[in-house]
Design a protein around this ligand. Structure first.
Ligand SMILES: [Zn+2]
Ligand SMILES: [Zn+2]
Length: 287
């Protein structure tokens, strides 16, 4: 039996490049058995990528329509990718805990603002990242990275999320800084502490394959797979797709890499329950 799944995906309710239905149809056409929709949850400031608060009812309604239409050929689930902002955590928790979601992905995209109050995104363009390092952290990249992981740990500590999304996204900018290598001890220690907390709280760690084909890295980086195995942290593999044809992107290669290291299963939703699915039963993907 083959069992294809993906639980981190976007669509035109946020910054995805096609309708929710187009994503679902593509997943069905490629033989996916389970698919989760996880648009960026609304935030309190203007962005070009988060969903509008007023669109939430329609988001849930469209999901229910598609679930009814495509059952039983695919199991559909609905979640949100939620930004954890420490100063807004109570309001954010109230917003998403009242919604009928199947799961919640907690992700860090913002760790601070410029002095004029403008938000900057750790996943944004390298120039803005560099400017933020200079203007917000006094040019100290280690300070910025530590701040990212402190916020990540604060998010995990709330236990309000089922899944931690792209845990080490901040490392995507390490090439710009000679003093920041992901093989440095100070950095590995930060990742270890974060993984220890994830394990302690029993949260699922996402292996995010969005950048695998373009940049040859996953989030968390491949160098941490052995540690993840050693710590027996439950993982799931997601493509964080913004276009339908990228739904399968990087999944097969990542399953093979995890399997080669002895990670035997991924945790997914099956018939509405978190289930450890043996990796041998996951894909050989149709291209
Ligand atoms: Zn994200
Ligand atoms: Zn995402």
């Amino acid at each position: 039996m083959q069992y294809l799944s993906n639980f981190h995906s976007h669509c035109s309710f946020c910054d995805g490049h096609a309708s929710m239905e187009a994503f679902v149809q593509y997943a069905v056409s490629k033989g996916f058995k389970a698919y989760g929709i996880s648009s960026h949850a609304p935030v309190s400031f203007t962005t070009r990528w988060a969903m509008n608060y007023d669109d939430l009812p329609e988001y849930l309604q469209e999901y229910r329509r598609l679930k009814a239409k495509h059952s039983p050929e695919i199991e559909l689930y609905v979640g949100l990718e939620i930004d954890f902002l420490p100063e807004e955590k109570d309001a954010v928790f109230q917003m998403h805990s009242s919604l009928p979601l199947d799961y919640r992905i907690g992700s860090i995209h913002y760790i601070d603002s410029f002095p004029d109050g403008t938000r900057w995104n750790v996943d944004g363009d390298p120039k803005t990242f560099k400017k933020a390092t200079a203007e917000v952290f006094g040019g100290d990249i280690k300070k910025l990275v530590k701040c990212f992981y402190t916020q990540t740990c604060e998010m995990i500590d709330t236990c309000s999320f089922d899944i931690i999304g792209h845990m080490d996204k901040v490392a995507g900018n390490s090439a710009q800084y000679p003093e920041f290598s992901i093989t440095d001890k100070w950095y590995i220690d930060l990742v270890k502490d974060t993984l220890t907390l994830i394990k302690e709280k029993g949260i699922i760690l996402e292996i995010n394959t969005k950048a695998l084909h373009r940049k040859r890295v996953t989030f968390p980086h491949q160098q941490f797979y052995s540690l993840i195995k050693e710590m027996q942290i439950p993982v799931m593999v997601n493509s964080d797709c913004h276009c339908p044809d990228l739904i399968p992107s990087g999944l097969e290669e990542t399953y093979q890499a995890l399997s080669a290291l002895g990670i035997k299963s991924v945790r997914i939703l099956k018939q509405g329950k978190w289930t450890d699915m043996p990796i041998e039963q996951t894909p050989c993907l149709v291209s």
